[in-house]
Write a protein that binds this ligand. Structure first.
Ligand SMILES: *[C@@H]1O[C@H](CO)[C@@H](O)[C@H](O)[C@H]1NC(C)=O
Ligand SMILES: *[C@@H]1O[C@H](CO)[C@@H](O)[C@H](O)[C@H]1NC(C)=O
Ligand SMILES: *[C@@H]1O[C@H](CO)[C@@H](O)[C@H](O)[C@H]1NC(C)=O
Ligand SMILES: *[C@@H]1O[C@H](CO)[C@@H](O)[C@H](O)[C@H]1NC(C)=O
Length: 552
C-alpha cells in the first residue's frame, strides 16, 4: 500500500468512527429525552428560533429584580424550549387514549397576561405549540392586559408568525386599560372558535403529551372540566419539579383556596384521573359550549381572585365535574405562597394592597351571596369586614345562572363534593336568623320582636359554643332579668358570664339555664319564657345554620 492510500484509509476510518460516535450519542440522547416534540426539534428551526428568541427578549424593559418575582435573568439565558424531565407515571406513555376525531376537537388556547417577562411568556407559548399535536391545536388567543411593556404584543405577533407561519392561528388583543384576568379570559373565550377552550397561565412550560390524557377524559363526558397536574417550577432556580399527585384543590369557609389530601378509593392508582372540588390553579380545559352554558367566569367578579373557586362551585352545582389528570403535566411557576390570593404585582405597593384585598373580599362576598345559601353566615363570621362592602347587585344578577340551569343547593356540594368542608365552627354552634314558624326574632331599638322573615336586615344571631350566650352582631345578648322578663343586655364577658345569659340547645328548643324555662311564642308573636314542652311548635326556634353537634 502506498503511503497516500494508507493515510486516506486511516482518515476514512477516523471519519467513520467519529460518525458512529455521534450517532450513538444521538441515539442515547433521543432515548433519554422524549421525542414527541414536533417541528422545533429540527436543528434548522431551533437555530432560527434561537435568533428570533434572542432578538425578542433583548427588548425586555429593565425592571428591578423583584418586579417579576422570579429569576428573569436566568430565564433569559435558558433555551426557548428546554428538555424537561418526564414527571408523569411511565404507564401514561403507553396508554391507549380514546381520542375524539380532530374535526370535533379543535382547541382554542387563551392566555391572558399582565407584566410577564418576555422570555417567560414566549417559553410558555413555544412549549405549548411544540408539544401539542398540530391537528388539534386550532388557535392561540393572547390577551395583553395593559402591560407596561407596550411594544411587547406587536413584537410577539411578529416573531410568532415568523416562527410558526400560518399554524396555529393567532389572535392578539391588548386592553388599553387594565381589565383583569377574569374579564380578559371571558373576552378570549368570546372570540374563540374551537370546540374546546384551554385557559393557560402565562408563566408555564408545557410538558410532552399533555393534551391526549385531557382529551380522553373530556371525550368521555363533556360536562367535565379538566386540569393537568401542575409541576412546580422554582421561581429562583427555574428547576422543573414533579407535582404532587396526592393533592386536590378545595377551599375553606373564608373562600380561600387550599390544597387538600386526596383519598384513594380501593385499588385506585395514583396516576388515574381524580375528582377535585376546585381547580388546582388557573389552568383548565372545558368544552366551549359548556363554558358558555355556564355563562363563563362570573363577570361581576373584578380583576382577579375567586373566579376559579366560583367557576368550580358553579360547575359542580349545575351538573358538571372537575377532574385533575395526572398523566397530563404542565409546569407552572408558583410565585409565592399567596399566589392564589392576590395578584403578585399588587403585593409590592402597600397602598394598592388595600384595593386588592377589598377586591378579593368583594369577589368572595359575591360567591357567598350567589352560591352558599344559608352557609354564607359562616363566611361572614370569618370575614365580618365583607358585610360592609357594597355589591350593588340585585338578587337576580347574583343568581342569573341558576335560572338557565338546574343547579343544586350548596348542601349538595357539602354532601357529594367536599365533605371535608365540615360545617363546624369553633366559636359558634349556630348562626343566622332565628325563626319560629314564619316569624323571625328581631331586635329593634332594644325591643325584642317577632317579625316577618322576609323583611330586609333581620337580626342575625350567634349561639356561642362555650358560653351559651345568644348574641347579635352588636355585642348585645339575650338575657333574663327575672323569671318573666326577657331583655337585650350588654354581653357579659369572661368570668362575669353567668346563668342569666346562658342558653342550651335541646333539639330545636332554646332552654334558659338560669330558669330552666324555654323560649316560647305562646300568644301571637309575643316572646316569653315558659315551661318546656317537647314538640311544641311555639317553642321550636330554628337558626339559619346549625353546626354539627361535635366538638372540634
Ligand atoms: C356526565 O357527568 C354528569 C355529572 O356527573 C352526569 O350527570 C352524566 O350522567 C354524565 N354523562 C355521561 C354520558 O356519562
Ligand atoms: C349601581 O348599579 C346601578 C345599575 O347597575 C348603576 O346605575 C349605579 O351607578 C351603581 N351604583 C354604584 C354606586 O356603583
Ligand atoms: C321582674 O322585673 C320586672 C321589671 O323589672 C318587675 O316589674 C317584676 O315584678 C319582676 N318579676 C319578678 C317575679 O320578680
Ligand atoms: C349575673 O351577672 C350580672 C352582672 O354581673 C348580675 O347583675 C346578676 O345578678 C348575676 N346573676 C346571677 C344569677 O348570678
Amino acid at each position: 500500500m502506498s503511503g497516500g492510500r494508507r493515510q486516506r484509509l486511516l482518515l476514512n476510518l477516523c471519519v467513520i468512527f467519529i460518525l458512529a460516535c455521534l450517532l450513538l450519542q444521538l441515539t442515547v440522547l433521543r432515548a433519554t429525552f422524549d421525542d414527541t416534540e414536533l417541528d422545533l426539534t429540527s436543528d434548522l428551526q431551533h437555530d432560527y428560533l434561537d435568533v428570533e428568541w434572542r432578538e425578542f427578549i433583548a427588548h425586555t424593559p429593565e425592571q428591578p429584580d423583584t418586579f417579576f418575582q422570579y429569576n428573569r435573568q436566568l430565564s433569559d439565558k435558558l433555551a426557548a424550549v428546554r428538555s424537561l424531565p418526564m414527571t408523569r407515571h411511565d404507564s401514561c406513555n403507553t396508554r391507549n387514549y380514546q381520542l375524539p376525531h380532530v374535526s370535533a376537537a379543535q382547541l382554542s388556547v387563551v392566555i391572558s397576561f399582565h407584566n410577564e417577562a418576555r422570555s417567560i411568556l414566549l417559553r410558555t407559548i413555544c412549549t405549548l405549540i411544540s408539544r401539542t399535536s398540530h391537528d388539534y391545536l386550532h388557535e392561540l388567543i393572547i390577551i395583553d392586559d395593559c402591560s407596561d411593556d407596550a411594544e411587547l404584543l406587536v413584537s410577539l405577533d411578529g416573531i410568532l408568525r415568523r416562527i410558526f407561519h400560518a399554524h396555529p392561528a393567532f389572535i392578539f388583543r391588548r386592553n388599553r386599560q387594565r381589565r383583569g384576568l377574569i374579564w380578559s379570559r371571558n373576552e378570549g373565550a368570546r372570540v374563540a372558535s374551537g370546540h374546546y377552550l384551554l385557559f393557560l397561565d402565562s408563566h408555564c412550560e408545557v410538558n410532552a403529551g399533555w393534551l391526549e390524557p385531557l382529551l380522553d377524559r373530556l371525550a368521555l363526558n363533556s360536562s367535565r372540566a379538566v386540569s393537568p397536574l401542575l409541576d412546580p417550577i422554582d421561581p429562583e432556580t427555574l428547576s422543573y419539579l414533579a407535582g404532587n399527585v396526592l393533592l386536590k384543590g378545595g377551599f375553606d369557609w373564608s373562600l380561600h383556596f387550599h390544597w387538600l389530601p386526596r383519598q384513594f378509593a380501593d385499588g385506585e392508582r395514583a396516576e388515574e384521573a381524580y375528582k377535585s372540588p376546585a381547580f388546582a390553579g388557573g389552568i383548565m380545559m372545558i368544552s366551549r359550549e359548556w363554558f358558555f352554558k355556564l355563562l363563563g367566569f362570573n363577570p361581576h367578579l373584578q380583576i382577579w381572585g375567586g373566579e376559579s373557586i366560583e367557576f368550580a362551585i358553579k360547575l359542580w352545582l349545575c351538573g358538571g365535574q372537575i377532574e385533575i389528570v395526572p398523566c397530563s403535566r404542565i409546569g407552572h411557576i408558583f410565585r409565592s405562597r399567596h399566589a392564589f390570593e392576590f395578584p403578585a404585582q399588587f403585593e409590592e405597593q402597600q397602598q394598592q394592597l388595600d384595593t386588592a384585598q377589598a377586591t378579593y373580599l368583594r369577589n368572595s362576598k359575591i360567591i357567598a351571596e350567589s352560591w352558599l345559601d344559608e352557609y354564607k353566615y359562616l363566611f361572614y363570621t370569618l370575614k365580618p369586614a365583607a358585610k360592609q362592602i357594597p355589591l350593588n347587585l340585585s338578587q337576580h344578577e347574583l343568581a342569573s345562572i341558576k335560572t338557565g340551569q338546574r343547579c343544586q343547593r350548596f348542601d349538595w356540594f357539602l354532601r357529594h363534593v367536599q365533605p371535608d368542608l365540615k360545617v363546624h365552627n369553633a366559636k359558634f354552634s349556630a348562626l343566622g336568623t332565628l325563626r319560629n314558624e314564619d316569624r323571625c326574632l328581631h331586635v329593634e331599638e332594644s325591643q325584642l320582636l317577632l317579625v316577618s322573615c322576609y323583611r330586609m336586615e333581620i337580626t342575625q344571631w350567634r349561639l356561642h359554643r362555650n358560653t351559651g350566650q345568644l348574641s347579635t352582631g352588636h355585642k348585645r345578648c339575650l338575657g333574663v332579668l327575672n323569671e318573666s322578663q326577657l331583655s337585650m343586655q350588654p354581653c357579659l364577658v369572661g368570668t362575669l358570664i353567668n346563668h342569666t345569659q346562658r342558653w342550651q340547645r335541646r333539639d330545636t328548643q332554646l332552654l334558659h339555664a338560669g330558669t330552666h324555662l324555654c323560649l316560647d311564642n305562646p300568644l301571637k308573636n309575643q316572646l316569653a319564657l315558659s315551661s318546656c314542652r317537647a314538640l311544641a311548635a311555639s317553642q321550636s326556634f330554628q337558626f339559619a345554620l346549625e353546626m354539627e353537634a361535635q366538638t372540634n
